[in-house]
Design a protein around this ligand. Structure first.
Ligand SMILES: Nc1nc2c(ncn2[C@@H]2O[C@H](COP(=O)(O)OP(=O)(O)O)[C@@H](O)[C@H]2O)c(=O)[nH]1
Ligand SMILES: [Mg+2]
Length: 251
């Protein structure tokens, strides 16, 4: 069973090496899955690409990918689609999510029959250390998502997810957003079409060094929710409008 761990990066020359080193050490120790790390860099204007290429020379299981179009979602999507691994995962470079949850994340899709597994900072068993502003934004956002869609997942935005290669092949062509809304769109479509999502509590420590611009991202998210709802209504109502895919029923 081969697993790819994608790390999307944008201007991360300072944090990238530390992340890859810690990740390599962790993956070697866990020893259960054969893992490859893919650094998915796009739009960076600093030395991120040079650092990524240096790391890929140093470590046999690390690859550096340069993706021309900017956006975290698009970078994850392209890196996943380019991978030959059975299980596709991604995590943020700041390793805000405690790596201890990674084996369980992979197991959920590799062995427990789930199609996707997602880290959540908002389950009762989650442990989250972050400022009240981001906590509030995160809680308001998932409520808003649930006003739009009858979904059960508890956190759309945690940068810690895994999906099977087959389901990625079915769902990713339907996901239009290539920025921060990518994760929400992927999960909403997954639930809508009856794929099985494993919602997993994680230990999460906020890193204040953030690439997110809150106001513009919130607006883009809102437009994204409207667009996906419009699209799904069309899918439901128009004969032949349903995308050429077969979602599995939730049992
Ligand atoms: N490939 C790519 N990665 C990005 C982009 N913007 C942010 N990232 C990465 O996405 C991850 C999460 O970013 P971060 O700023 O920590 O988000 P936050 O934790 O939600 O504040 C980090 O690994 C960033 O380098 C982008 O445009 N392209
Ligand atoms: Mg972060």
């Amino acid at each position: 069973m081969k697993v790819v761990v994608v790390i999307p990066v944008y201007n991360e020359e300072a944090r990238l090496s530390r992340c890859v080193l810690r990740l390599q050490e962790f993956l070697k120790r866990q020893g259960r899955f054969e893992c490859e790390v893919v650094i998915a860099n796009n739009g960076s204007t600093d030395q991120t690409q040079a650092v990524a290429e240096q790391l890929s020379r140093e470590y046999r299981d690390v690859r550096a990918l340069w993706i021309p179009d900017k956006g975290r979602g698009g970078a994850v999507k392209q890196a996943w689609l380019a991978s030959a691994a059975d299980i596709l995962s991604y995590m943020d470079v700041d390793l805000a999510t405690d790596l201890a949850a990674f084996p369980a994340l992979v197991e959920a899709v590799a062995e427990r029959g789930f199609d996707l597994a997602v880290g959540s900072r908002l389950l009762p068993a989650s442990r989250t250390r972050r400022g009240w502003r981001r906590e509030l934004i995160s809680r308001c956002y998932i409520r808003l998502v649930k006003v739009f869609f009858p979904v059960r997942f508890s956190d759309a935005q945690c940068g810690f997810k895994a999906i099977t290669r087959q389901v990625a092949g079915e769902l990713l062509p339907l996901v239009e957003d290539s920025g921060w809304f990518f994760d929400t769109e992927l999960l909403v479509l997954a639930e809508h079409f009856g794929y099985r999502i494993c919602d997993m509590p994680v230990v999460w420590t906020d890193n204040p060094d953030s690439r997110v611009r809150i106001a513009s991202t919130a607006w883009a998210d809102f437009k994204g929710l409207l667009r996906v709802r419009r699209n799904l209504k069309r899918v439901r109502s128009g004969p032949g409008a349903r995308p050429a895919m077969v979602g599995r029923k939730v049992t």
